[in-house]
Structure formats: C-alpha cells, structure tokens
Design a protein around this ligand. Structure first.
Ligand SMILES: [Zn+2]
Length: 224
C-alpha cells in the first residue's frame, strides 16, 4: 500500500526547513554587507585614482574647490573632474541636475539620505537628489582650502608631509561635507567606514581607528 505523508510529518518538514533558513539568513546578510563593503573600497580606489591622475596632469596640483564664483564648492569640484574627463557623469539626477559618477556613491548609503531629511529638512526626493549630485563620499578638502579664505587656491601635493596618514576620501554622512572630522564619517558598513589616503591606499576603519580630539587639526585630516 502506498504510504502518504501525514499532515504532522509535513509540518515537521516545513518547520525544519524554516529553522535551516533562519540559520542561513544571518550568514547571507553578512555576505551582502561584506560584498557592499568591498564594492565601496573599489569605488573609492577609482575616485582616488581620478584625483591622483588629475594631480599628475596638473604638475602636482589638486583640483581647486571652485573654478567659478558661487555655487557649492564640492559640487563645482566634482563637475570640474567630470568636465576634465577624470570622472564620468552618471546622467541626470532625480530632479534633473547633473549626476556625479556612480562610483561616487557608496552601495550601502544608509546615512546620507536620512541625514539630509533629518537635519536639513529635505524631502526624500531632494535628499536622493543630493546623494546623486554630490556622491556620498566626503572628500578631504584640506588640500583645497588650506587657506580657508581662498577656495580657489589649489594645493601642491608636496605641502602634505604625511600623505600616507592623511585621509583623502571616506564614507560620509553627507557627500557635500568636507572630510574634516570623525563626525563627518559614516560607519555604515557594519561599523566600518572605508577611506582612501593621499598615497592612494585604501583602509577599512572602525571608529576606534580614527583619532579624535581636536580632530580637524590632526595629521589624519591635515597631512601636516
Ligand atoms: Zn561605503
């Protein structure tokens, strides 16, 4: 006689599958977080390469923060890199601005849209627009406005005495913010913030790896 599954046996099998799936899910989530962290490092390495290529082409000078009066300095500076062919344009943003290269956007990107909505009162659309326009990586502009009264004066690379210790780009709470303190850095990758340094190397940093105190005066942020 053919034996059929009873309802109880079926339920037991379903319960076992559910337990196995619940054991697997955290591992999958961890793998996804790790994959996005690696993609982010790749993005920032490309951004660092674009900046260093510019420096090479311009005999050791970093791009100036502003090339014309008015407008947001970081937006202008990324436009300058796009215009010069060092970054691609990512097309148009959600509200039809020029979108920066998609490599400027962290795939985790948990903080930035939330940041603009929470602290700047942006609508969700405008917050997404800002992320697309500025990118989500904060850039260390110590090199560009070492003279705070002069956004236009670019920095000669040899002014940085310790390029390997000075962060150049990092996951940021808002891509329009200058990287000048730990409060600007976003630790969205499971407590990790990816960064590149002025010698071109990349690091995944925990909060405890970043010097604090009068942080904007430290070698980590000034290179001097
Ligand atoms: Zn990231």
């Amino acid at each position: 006689m053919r034996r059929e599954f009873t309802l109880i046996e079926l339920l037991v099998v379903i319960a076992i599958i559910a337990v196995l799936a619940s054991m697997l899910l955290p591992a999958l989530t961890k793998a996804q977080i790790a994959a996005r962290r690696v993609k982010c490092v790749g993005n920032q390495k490309q951004l660092a390469l674009a900046l260093m290529t510019y420096v090479d082409d311009y005999n050791g000078f970093f791009p100036p923060l502003k090339v014309v009066s008015g407008g947001d300095p970081l937006y202008r500076y990324k436009r300058e890199l796009i215009t010069g062919g060092y970054l691609r344009s990512g097309g148009r943003t959600i509200t039809n601005d020029i979108q920066t290269d998609t490599i400027c956007q962290c795939p985790e990107n948990l903080t930035m849209v939330d940041y603009y909505m929470r602290t700047q009162g942006y609508t969700q659309t405008n917050a997404i627009n800002a992320a697309q326009k500025f990118g989500t990586y904060s850039t260390n502009t110590q090199y560009a406005h070492h003279d705070p009264s002069n956004y236009f004066g670019p920095l000669f690379i040899t002014a940085l005495k310790f390029p390997a210790k000075c962060a150049m780009t990092a996951d940021g709470i808002g891509g329009a913010h200058h990287l000048q303190g730990i409060n600007i850095m976003a630790f969205d990758h499971g407590g990790i913030c990816n960064a590149t340094f002025f010698d071109g190397h990349a690091e995944s940093l925990r909060r405890s790896d970043v010097p604090v105190g009068l942080s904007k005066n430290l070698v980590f942020f000034t290179g001097r």
